[in-house]
Write a protein of this length. Structure first.
Length: 260
């Protein structure tokens, strides 16, 4: 599969996706959204793939937003269609069965910040800057930012970022729980791969079930979320991975999970 705006590599069972339009600071145009959608299809379809790392090409940006050149003359109907399309893609990432890590080495603004918010884990370099500057353009976050940011950092901090439109640096992002880790720029991909490597060692069906329960549970009442957790727990009990993981512990050996 070859792409115009993405670079794709498979490493140790993980897809590494570079959003690569450095001249536009990797802004998400329609073509890039379509390409990302087909990568998500592949991630879900191929059982051997365990997850995905998304990063930005060039020195300056993760993704500097939706491509503003495509926004200016949208009609109301087209704007809604555009927002729907981005939201659908980002929700597929968030609600998918495999973990997705954002490796943010520069500007993650607007739609780029919203893409990072839809990822499950965010690793930032010290050069990262995150923000939702849409109101400076007379628009609002439309790829999920008004919904996901407050769920991650709380309402007050989210509103300060959304209404004020200022960028925050990596340390501030870390302090408010927006970044899982902050590392030196040259260590960014390695840090993301290290997290991927830890996940890789675990039972793939258990990882998917844990992801599902945690992400979906957040949208439920505690009672419903707990019931959902019980159901996921029960489903896993029928799998070979469950027998292998618990058996290997008792036999004092490393498990060999087969995702079955
Ligand atoms: N879209 C298109 N082009 C962009 C974007 C963008 N989001 N960001 C940067 N570029 C382009 C610049 O126009 C410039 O192009 P050129 O060289 O041809 O002039 C090139 O990238 C380099 O940018 P700068 O020269 O501006 O670089 P600086 O280092 O001076 O500044 C900044 C970097 C601060 C990141 C600056 O480029 C900037 O402010 N960019 C815009 C950030 C922004 O406002 N993002 C939000 C966009 S709106 C959005 O994401 C909405 C999401 C929801 C959509 C819902 C659909 C309806």
């Amino acid at each position: 599969m070859s792409f115009e705006n993405l670079k794709l590599e498979e490493k140790d069972g993980w897809l590494e996706v570079v959003i690569d339009r450095p001249k536009a600071l990797n802004a998400l145009n329609g073509a890039t959204l379509s390409e990302l959608a087909s990568v998500v299809d592949r991630l879900e379809a191929e059982a051997d793939l365990r997850g995905m790392i998304i990063t930005g090409g060039g020195e300056k940006a993760f993704v500097a937003g939706a491509d503003i050149t495509e926004l200016k003359d949208l009609t109301a109907a087209d704007a809604m269609k555009y927002a729907d399309r981005g939201q659908a893609l980002f929700s597929r990432i968030e609600r998918g069965s495999k973990p997705v890590i954002a490796a943010v080495g520069g500007f993650a603004l607007g739609g780029g910040c919203e893409l990072a918010l839809a990822c499950h884990i965010r690793v930032l370099s010290t050069k990262a800057k995150m923000g939702l500057p849409e109101v400076s353009l007379g628009v609002i976050p439309g790829f999920g930012g008004t919904q996901r940011l407050s769920r991650i950092v709380g309402l007050g901090r989210a509103l300060e970022m959304i209404l004020g439109g200022e960028m925050i640096d990596a340390e501030s992002a870390f302090r408010m729980g927006l970044a899982n880790r902050v590392v030196e720029p040259e260590e960014l991909m390695e840090a993301a791969r290290q997290i991927a490597g830890s996940i890789q060692k675990r039972g793939p069906l258990a990882v998917s079930a844990a992801l599902r329960a945690t992400v979906r549970g957040r949208e439920m009442t505690l009672e419903d979320g707990l019931a959902f957790e019980v159901a996921q727990f029960g489903l896993l009990a029928n799998t070979e991975d469950w027998k292998e993981g618990t058996g290997a512990f008792l036999e004092k050996r490393k498990p060999e999970f087969r995702g079955q």
